[in-house]
Design a protein around this ligand. Sequence first.
Ligand code: GTP
Ligand code: MG
Length: 223
Amino acid sequence: MMRGKGVKLIGIGGGGCNGTRILSRSRKKEISCVLVDTCWQSIEGENADGMADVIGIGAEIGKRLGADQNPGKGYRCAMADRSLLEKLMDDTGLIFLRIALGGGTGSGAGLAFTEMVSSAGNIAVVGLLTMPFSFEARNGIDMAEKYRRLIVSHLDIEVCISNDAARKCKNGNESINDMFQRIEQPFQSVITDISMKFEEFGRNPMKLKGFLALKQEQAMLQF
Ligand SMILES: Nc1nc2c(ncn2[C@@H]2O[C@H](COP(=O)(O)OP(=O)(O)OP(=O)(O)O)[C@@H](O)[C@H]2O)c(=O)[nH]1
Ligand SMILES: [Mg+2]
């Protein structure tokens, strides 16, 4: 088995895939991009230009329409297609995982995937997470926070940006899409910095894991 080499940027759920699309435009060609969603139509549409691989999950459970903002349902969709998700780990030493917390797929399927990756043990995982707007669902933030904690326990490093905080420093008549683009900018520099370190360590995920453990506190302060 050849593990510990490649770098992947993986988006799970609607916002995660949208963010991945934005990030994929300026990525280095060595980083391959994958979009994972329970809403099959949206990922196929998002990938009209074929820039990423697309994986629809949970066809039976989510009827190809989504996870209804239910993380339990998102989790079950991921488990139903476990082998497809496990295959993403082949030949991979570093994963950037873009998840927008607050719905069913990113939170639930995202958690299932991080569990799979952390039990493989030899892949470094960097979480690029966003928290939802507080005005959205009544229990949205609480549910998002619950899943954030569960997911973070399987990550080597977490970078989390709050949509609310980004909205507060919104400039003038910025559209929501422009704001979503702006939110990805710090993630872009995290991808650049960490993938350079990975190269420097000879693409050795275990060395990178040690390095990221030291960096965690700094990342939390910075973002
Ligand atoms: N930063 C950012 N946040 C987004 C984006 N799209 C949606 N969101 C936020 O992410 C939360 C979760 O939405 P989605 O990612 O669409 O949900 P999902 O994971 O697809 O879950 P289901 O649709 O329930 O299966 C929303 O409540 C929004 O606050 C995006 O492109 N960027
Ligand atoms: Mg969705």
